[in-house]
Design a protein around this ligand. Structure first.
Ligand SMILES: Cc1cc2nc3c(=O)[nH]c(=O)nc-3n(C[C@H](O)[C@H](O)[C@H](O)COP(=O)(O)O)c2cc1C
Length: 344
């Protein structure tokens, strides 16, 4: 089967980035419903290509979709057709919110990069769960649900937003990620201080103890997603917290506010988080540092600039158990998923 993505990409890139995003999701859902998406992408062959146990869950392979592409949880099975072993949906907040004003998504094609300041546009946790009940029916992989706080919840009340989302998604999620690292919600990344993070993890673990018996003894792994813009000292401090609390997993990293790698590009100074090729190396360095500093029982999921199988391999070599892609999918298409899923 020839790779049709270069053609699809030429068409999609003729639209502005957010329109292209909606067209892609819509097209995938249609092709999935008509039953030809997985044949078109060859994705089904990737599922179960290299199954492994992480966080007590069986992942069909080592590559997943990073949060933010399916914020509404409306295309889980369609995304599974691309060959992802896990799909992380969200970020979802307790109440629906529209996100930031448009334009808020920019392609920096020359750098194989994206800048986004979407601002957690999402249907709220109830809306997401309604979508998931329909969209995950034919998905055989692992479903992660990524949770955050509403933009207008003051930071001093952040705990209730995370706990409410955790409780609401507990039954539907295979694992839950607490996103503390989006640069597009004011003050969110301040929650990455060691003390705040410890408090959040402990409260989530207490909530899990309460919820477990109500869900047939199901214990949902808790994952924290961190930014690439932390100092080495801050990463070491967090490593201690993660080891101490025995968190189930950590995702390194979210997008960066750093712009040095794209300076001079006409859109380099757009506010938001930069993802894709300019993030690859630094995000792998953060992963490697965390791996060295943290209890080796805590798995790391590597996200940030996985644009080729070699980038995924570098993250595995640095100690990642799994990797996730977002921007690489935009530039390379589903072939990237197959390439990574096939890594030994
Ligand atoms: C348009 C866009 C929206 C995103 N939204 C979210 C989000 O809602 N929650 C989150 O945790 N990460 C979000 N991310 C970050 C990605 O999940 C990923 O961690 C980051 O982009 C680095 O990986 P990449 O270089 O493969 O894109 C978003 C990324 C992009 C490009």
């Amino acid at each position: 089967m020839p790779d049709l993505y270069p053609l699809a990409r030429r068409i999609l890139f003729s639209f502005d980035a957010e329109t292209a995003h909606h067209l892609t999701l819509w097209g995938m859902k249609m092709a999935h419903s008509a039953g030809f998406l997985s044949g078109l992408t060859g994705g089904k062959k990737s599922i179960d290509s290299n199954p492994l146990e992480v966080m007590g869950l069986t992942f069909p392979n080592r590559v997943g979709l990073a949060a933010g592409l399916d914020k509404k949880g409306e295309a889980v099975s369609a995304l599974g057709d691309l060959g992802f072993g896990h799909v992380e949906i969200g970020t979802v907040t307790p109440r629906p919110q529209p996100g930031n004003e448009k334009p808020r998504l920019f392609r920096l094609k020359e750098y194989e990069a994206i800048i986004n300041r979407m601002g957690f546009n999402n249907p709220g946790v109830d809306g997401l769960l309604e979508n998931v009940s329909r969209s995950r029916k034919e998905f055989d992989g692992v479903l992660g649900i990524n949770v955050g706080k509403n933009f207008d919840t003051p930071n001093e009340d952040f705990l209730s937003d995370y706990l409410d989302c955790f409780e609401a998604v507990y039954g539907a999620a295979d694992y839950v990620t607490a996103n503390l690292s989006s640069p597009n919600t004011k003050g969110l990344r301040d929650l990455q201080s060691a003390d705040t993070c410890r408090e959040l993890i402990q409260k989530l673990q207490e909530k899990r103890d309460e919820l477990k018996p109500m869900h047939g003894d199901k214990s949902v792994p808790i994952v924290i997603k961190i930014a690439p813009d932390l100092s080495d000292g801050a990463i070491k401090g967090l490593a201690e917290v993660f080891s101490e609390t025995k968190i189930d997993g950590v995702i390194t990293t979210n997008t960066t506010i750093e712009r040095a790698a794209v300076s001079g590009h006409p859109q380099a100074e757009e506010a938001g988080g930069l993802s894709g090729a300019p993030l690859t190396d630094h995000s792998t360095e953060v992963l490697a540092l965390l791996r060295r500093e943290m209890d080796d029982q805590v798995p790391i999921i590597g996200s940030g600039g996985v644009m080729a199988a070699a980038d995924a391999q570098a993250k595995f070599d640095a100690g990642a158990a799994l990797v996730q892609v977002y921007t690489g999918l935009v530039y390379r298409g589903p072939e990237l998923v197959r390439e990574i899923a096939g890594l030994g």
